[in-house]
Design a protein around this ligand. Structure first.
Ligand SMILES: C[S+](C)CC[C@H](N)C(=O)O
Ligand SMILES: N[C@@H](CCS)C(=O)O
Ligand SMILES: [Zn+2]
Length: 316
């Protein structure tokens, strides 16, 4: 079982970034592009449904992102949970194999571990409200086997993403240590006000939990409107020495009942690509897109960063 040997040292990501010339490009929305290709994700498994119905499509979206200039691609496991597959009638073993399949499809990819809120499939990753009764221990038990299976599949890094509250950050950090996970990880939070994480918990406290966990090699923000990113980077910078990872969404709002994104009627987010260099100047070193971004977004980010000197991405 012990087949991986990448030491999860804090310097690992820094060394990778040095090799990349200082900045790395992450891919964009996976579910978004699966939908653009006709996948129906109105399902409790959301994008993980495609692990059952259209693995070829997942593979082709990963390839599109690599071609667009992404140095890092993220697997289709955001909403893939053993509990979610079992609810569809799969056995435990079949469910674990489906999780593993997400990594196999994007070999060398960064497995996505969405929050408990993602599994609930009611959009609660955008509120972080799990009820008074939820505890760090219950969250650890929910995620434990999932994290073990994904780590055993041998990815380069595990992306804990769209983390909405402090107890889930704590649960992930403790799981990485208790299970002696040797795969490095990043933890990215989401925000709807540019100050705190979506639950209202302090971003500084959440980022500090990530900072104290030795397996965590980067900390940041994902699936958050671009207009908040600048201030969030400045806040995170105060509490971390680790590389900062940023992959915003388009700024639209998610309607969890209809499982659809709706355009904002209020302030609109302009194309965020023009801000990417500024975000890197103030501290971000891994940049990509989340929901509602596409390979075109990533191409534009790649181009914007390539114009920077001397720290061009990827040196491709
Ligand atoms: C990142 S959100 C758009 C994922 C989907 C959500 N958990 C749902 O099931 O509706
Ligand atoms: N990684 C997921 C979304 C996380 S919010 C995806 O791109 O579909
Ligand atoms: Zn997203």
């Amino acid at each position: 079982m012990e087949t991986f040997n990448i030491p999860a040292t804090p310097s690992l990501m820094k060394e990778f970034l040095r090799q990349m010339g200082g900045t790395a490009v992450i891919d964009g929305g996976l579910a978004t592009v699966l939908e653009l290709h006709g996948a129906d994700l109105n399902d409790p498994l959301w994008s993980a449904k495609c692990l059952l119905t259209s693995p070829h499509l997942i593979r082709s979206v990963h390839l599109d992102y690599l071609e667009a200039g992404a140095d890092i691609i993220i697997t289709a496991s955001y909403q893939a949970t053993i509990q979610g597959f079992e609810a569809k009638g799969f056995s435990r073993e079949q469910s674990e194999n489906l999780l593993k399949k997400s990594v196999d499809i994007a070999l060398e990819a960064r497995p996505s571990v969405g929050s408990y809120g993602a599994y609930l499939a009611d959009g609660s990753e955008y509120s972080g409200c799990y009820g008074e009764a939820m505890t760090v221990n219950a969250l650890k038990e929910f995620h434990r086997r999932r994290v073990q299976v994904l780590a055993e599949a041998g990815p380069d890094i595990i992306a804990f993403e769209t983390v909405p509250n402090k107890i889930e950050a704590q649960a992930f950090a403790e799981l990485l240590e208790e299970e002696h996970i040797k795969i490095p990880a990043w933890l990215t939070f989401n925000s709807k006000d540019g100050v705190n994480v979506v639950s209202g918990d302090s971003l500084l406290q959440c980022a500090s939990i990530a900072e104290s966990c030795k397996q965590v090699v980067a900390v940041g923000i994902n699936c958050t409107p671009p207009r908040f990113i600048h201030d969030l980077i400045l806040a995170i910078k105060k509490v971390t020495t680790k590389p900062i990872v940023i992959y915003p969404n388009s700024g639209e709002r998610y309607d969890a009942d209809r499982k659809e994104w709706v355009e904002n009627t209020g302030v609109s987010d302009e194309d965020f690509v023009s801000y990417v260099n500024k975000w890197c100047e103030i501290g971000a070193s891994l940049v990509g897109g989340c929901c509602r971004t596409t390979p075109n977004t990533i191409k534009a980010i790649y181009r914007a960063l390539s114009d920077r000197s001397p720290a061009a991405p990827g040196q491709k």
